[in-house]
Ligand binder design. Structure first.
Ligand code: HEM
Length: 238
């Protein structure tokens, strides 16, 4: 059965459900948040949605990372690059998503924080997958460089000779940088909500969380910058 509404044809299925709602499985999706009458505090709904959005996009990220790894193993660098650009864009989107929680006051957070007792972001399956899948991309990429007889330094010093490798290396460092930005922004969010001297609901003191700000997936890509500076100095450029 279908009905016209302006120029749009709205298709209705059994039980009044539209194709849109069925395809997106909206009845399940929209029932995954606490009903309003069960919220302990007004800001709890936003808190749940922000975290759920993270998990959805991290699910997509993990899916793309697995594809990127496969494409690199098949030496399809430009296809892998396209997906890596998507992965990077997702993480920037999530930085904005996280900022939504800055509209909550620390005292309002304390009104429902106890509900999270024993729970922690460290248990996020999405984040764990990213931690598992991201570092091995480096091995996949390095295998391609080795096969081409190029070092990472060559890729940077002779970018015009290795344009695709150069673009991929720069995308990998973009990804590493936005993940580091996530760790930093997340730490600042936690600090502004509960204070730097407090311990998280999962038992981790914020001082330990702060140390993760310096973690990177691809140290070689950061290190090669030092090498390039040294070469520039040797050549009298600086
Ligand atoms: C009120 C906002 C938030 C606070 C106060 C907060 C606080 C914390 C704290 C203290 C930890 C250390 C573990 C523990 O709880 O003991 C942690 C870990 C973590 N949180 Fe949050 N968080 C907040 C929001 C978020 C959001 C929106 C996300 C996105 C999914 C997130 C993801 C994570 C992840 C992935 C970890 C593990 C980090 C790691 O293992 O290095 N958190 N968080």
């Amino acid at each position: 059965m279908s009905q016209r509404s302006g120029n749009l044809e709205v298709r209705r299925l059994g039980r009044g459900e539209s194709v849109y709602a069925r395809y997106l499985r909206l009845s399940e999706l929209l029932s995954l948040q606490k009903p309003e009458e069960e919220l302990k505090h007004h800001d709890e709904l936003q808190f749940q949605i922000v975290h759920q959005v993270f998990e959805l996009w991290w699910k997509e990220t993990a899916f793309e990372l697995r594809s990127i790894s496969r494409l690199l193993k098949e030496a399809k660098v430009s296809e892998a690059l396209r997906l890596l650009q998507r992965v990077i864009r997702i993480q920037y989107l999530l930085l904005e998503n996280m900022r939504m929680l800055e509209t909550m006051s620390p005292w309002d957070f304390h009104a429902f924080r106890q509900l999270l007792a024993g729970g922690a972001g460290s248990d996020s399956p999405g984040y764990r997958e990213l931690l598992r899948l991201s570092p091995p991309l480096w091995d996949d990429f390095r295998a391609l460089l080795t096969a081409a007889g190029a070092s990472l330094s060559d890729v940077y010093l002779e970018a015009e000779r290795y344009p695709l490798f150069h673009a991929f290396a720069e995308a990998l460092i973009d990804y590493d940088e936005v993940m580091q930005t996530f760790r930093f922004r997340h730490y600042k969010l936690a600090e502004r909500m509960i204070g730097a001297a407090t311990t998280g609901t999962g038992g981790t003191p914020l001082s330990l969380l702060e140390r993760t700000i310096h973690d990177v997936f691809y140290p070689e890509l950061w290190e090669v910058r030092n090498h390039l500076s040294a070469v520039a100095q040797e050549q009298g450029r600086i």
